[in-house]
Design a protein around this ligand. Structure first.
Ligand code: SF4
Ligand code: SF4
Length: 430
């Protein structure tokens, strides 16, 4: 086992292969506060990649209702229980050691899937990455427990009390998921055929269909259960990151070589998704690039957090956490950066508010943003999740997005422009 550095854990960890990093990394931010669970993303992916025989139960993009839903069922609860059994009572974070640049969430003191795997010995020996193979029944219902809420009972006479910030007493939220194209993929680590690889140009993780023999070790070793087995071909398949679009080679888009967002991102009705390609330094750290929208959201403002960073794969999917959900649940799911992220999102500063406008405004991937300053248009008193009060100043700034070739591809103001039609034009206007 080699030692590799995982910035999300704030420490080095064991991994079967030496560190080697792509020049850029496929990454994305999902804003859970905006997801309406419409499954448009799910169907956009399904109708592009997984509509064939043998792929009936294969959903590379899925949206599940938390806390009860999951695809496959109980995927996260099961693995968390396994990690806890491997390291009882010690799966914890030391947030006191946090440093914005090198370890933004502090240090994880528990065991990752790679550290717990070798102690988990089954009939086939010790595991490279702690994991399990879901049953057929667990794959069968992609949206089980849809919209089912958790929490206390509705109290007579207290209308609305169950749904007041900072935390709702009755709650659920939609969690949209795709493969995280992890820096240290559990699927890749577990494959005995070395059939899985990470592309040097964009960090997309792919399964070589020629080399795969369908042992399903990747299905077992992916903690997010985003590698799936196809019975008709006897191989495993997974999200391919819509790589023709990322390469700017999708002929249907009439592309000029500028990378485009994936199908699931482009189709998102709720405008919850922003995708990017972040620059990676040779040692695996993110190159300082605060004008990149993803870098800005994840590393500068720390408003978006990795999903279950404690698993240790350094996932490249990041989530703006839902504001109304109990903090303990969110901390377990997104790590100790929760309070800071929610504080940022509840009262975004001028720049953050501008960057939040960029979600789903353009099909091309944005590599840079710039802000043109506008007049102040409002002052709004806000109560932060901590209970502190602040006045949010809103300026009608214009945010501009640029593509790979530094060409302007989107321009949008904070205040949505309104246009008044002349009265006579209303007649028969339909
Ligand atoms: S999410 Fe799973 S399938 Fe995707 S790269 Fe990470 S370990 Fe592999
Ligand atoms: S399309 Fe967007 S809003 Fe609809 S379920 Fe998917 S992520 Fe959520």
């Amino acid at each position: 086992m080699a030692m590799v550095y995982n910035w999300q854990l704030g420490r080095a960890m064991t991994f079967p292969y030496d560190e080697k990093h792509p020049r850029r990394q496929f990454a994305f931010v999902f804003n859970t506060n905006r997801c309406i669970g419409c499954q448009t993303c799910t169907m956009a992916c399904k109708s592009t990649w997984t509509f064939s025989k043998g792929q009936e139960y294969m959903w590379w993009n899925n949206v599940e209702s938390k806390p009860y839903g999951g695809y496959p069922q109980h995927w996260d609860a099961k693995l968390l229980a396994m990690l806890e059994a491997a390291n009882p009572g010690r799966q914890s974070w030391n947030a006191a050691t946090a440093d914005v640049g090198s370890k933004p969430y502090g240090a994880f003191e528990g065991k990752t899937i790679f550290e717990a795997g070798p102690t988990h010995v089954g009939p086939e020996g010790a595991q490279v990455a702690l994991g399990y193979l879901p049953t057929d029944a667990e794959w069968r219902h992609p949206n089980i427990h849809e919209d089912t809420a958790a929490g206390g009972r509705w109290n007579e006479g207290q209308h609305g009390a169950s749904a007041q910030l900072p935390e709702h007493r009755v709650w659920f939220f939609h969690l949209a998921r795709i493969c995280n194209h992890c820096t240290y993929p559990g699927c890749l680590a577990s494959c005995p055929r070395q059939a899985i690889y990470k592309r040097p140009e964009d960090g997309i993780v792919l399964i070589d269909q020629e080399r795969c023999r369908g042992y399903r070790k990747c299905v077992e070793g992916c903690p997010y259960k985003k590698s799936m087995y196809r019975g008709t071909t006897r191989t495993s398949e997974k999200c391919v990151g819509c790589y023709p679009r990322i390469e700017g080679k999708d002929e249907l888009l009439g592309s000029d070589g500028a990378p485009c967002e994936t199908r699931c991102m482009s189709a998102c009705v709720g405008k919850i998704r922003l995708q990017g390609l972040v620059a990676i330094a040779e040692d695996g750290t993110w190159s300082h690039d605060p004008a990149n929208p993803l870098y800005f959201l994840i590393r500068e403002r720390r408003v978006a957090l990795p999903l279950y960073p404690q698993f240790g794969t350094e996932p490249n999917g990041f989530y703006i956490p839902p504001r109304w959900v109990p903090r303990g649940y969110l901390t377990q799911m997104f790590g100790p950066g929760i309070d800071h992220a929610l504080e940022q999102y509840s009262c975004p500063d001028r720049e953050l508010l501008a960057v939040l406008q960029l979600f789903r405004t353009q099909r091309q991937i944005l590599f840079r943003f710039a802000i043109e300053r506008g007049p102040k248009v409002a002052e709004i008193p806000v109560i932060l999740p901590s209970g502190r009060e602040r006045v949010q100043e809103i300026y009608n700034d214009t945010v501009i997005g640029f593509n790979k070739f530094d060409k302007e591809v989107v321009r949008i103001t904070i205040e949505e422009p309104t246009f008044e039609r002349l009265k006579e034009h209303h007649l028969n206007s339909i």
